[in-house]
Design a protein around this ligand. Sequence first.
Ligand code: EPU
Length: 431
Amino acid sequence: MILEKYVIRGGNRLNGDVTISGAKNAAVAIIPATVLVSGPCRIENVPKISDVTLLLEIMRTMGASIKVINDTTLEIDCTFIRSSKAPYDLVRKIRASYYLIGALLGRCHSAEVGMPGGCYFGIRPIDQHIKGFEALGANVEVKNGFVHANAPDGLHGANMYLDVVSVGATINIMLASVLADGTTVIENCAKEPHIVDVANFLNSLGADIKGAGTDVIKIRGVDKLHGGTYAIIPDQIEAGTFLAAVTATGGDVRIHNIIPKHLDCITAKLEEMGAEIEEDDDTIHIRRTGPLMRTNIKTLPYPGFPTDMQPQLTTALCLAQGTSVITESVWDNRYRYVNELKRMGAQIQVDGKIAIVEGVDRLTAAPIKACDLRAGAAMIIAGLVAQGETEIEDIEYIERGYEDIVGKFSALGADIRRVHFPDAEPLAEAR
Ligand code: EPU
């Protein structure tokens, strides 16, 4: 049972400095990718989030040796992995556990992994992953909640075309084909920064992957990957969340440890909304002193506007002057959080994939809940701009993907606490 919630007293502008952690969606792919490696992998800039903790627990049960070197560095050695079976009770809690299918198939030619869980925003099929594994020569069966994949004759390079642009399928097929015999070509790939990061990680250990970050990825199979050291890229969506928060509250913040190019798709929209943005090598400076203005947003695969920033921007737009139109074109059902915002006075009409937001003068505090990870981040933004004291429940969703979000917002001047529920006493130590 979850015994904590966030309590936010709204109205403070955000000011100061914040440092972004390693990218969740890169970390949750790179950690399972170590299954392919013979030798220790030292991974730096690992975010301290519960999805990573869970994934490490799954890997340990399979025989991985994991050492914590320091706060953000791990050493993972899968040389003596014992099992190609991932336990269902843990796997079902995390979407990215599907990467174990590709990695185990590549390494052991066999994988038995529970069907992945994760945030719910519509049906989340893995048919494109399966199509890719089958093209490489595996037999794949989904039975009793498990994916069973076997390639008794090994995996062989193949050409394939993805029917939908999928981050998970692109990475998973890349993982399965790195040690396959021959060359694999994946067309209509996703191009997100974390796809490039996983390819760079594997290449640094001896893989031969070309074209990551474009529509076509070519993987020449190699015999073996060796150990090495790699630093995960900064989290584009965590940075985007702080940018959205400052745009909503107003203020002046420098965001450190970012790759500005990865944020272009987000900063372009925030400038339309009235934010002033200056970029440096690995820092971005955001200010909003003037009015908050309306805009339209359509989510698309990278380099389009990311679906994982849609709830945060929609929330900021609740207080903008005029009417904004949001089109969610990646997920079928990513507006469940809108009901929470309406309870705070937001004027939003949802019709299928479209949300129409009429800007209002104020939001007022209400007890609300995090419906999923990014919706949870959006609820924090709502709390920061609302009048009164907002309480957010189901915060475990938020902590799956944001490192020390309470500490980071507090350091920027937000009045946010993580408290015991229902006693409302501050916890001795925020995560
Ligand atoms: N799809 C299929 N078949 C497949 C795979 C995907 O039809 O086999 C569809 C999905 O239903 C969806 C679209 O393709 O409509 C895109 O899905 P994708 O596979 O790209 O999503 P994912 O890999 O499951 C990752 C992120 C999500 C992020 C999406 C889109 C991870 C662990 N998760 O999910 O991140 O929303 O890409 O960018 O990388 C988050 O971080 O909060 C999060 C949900």
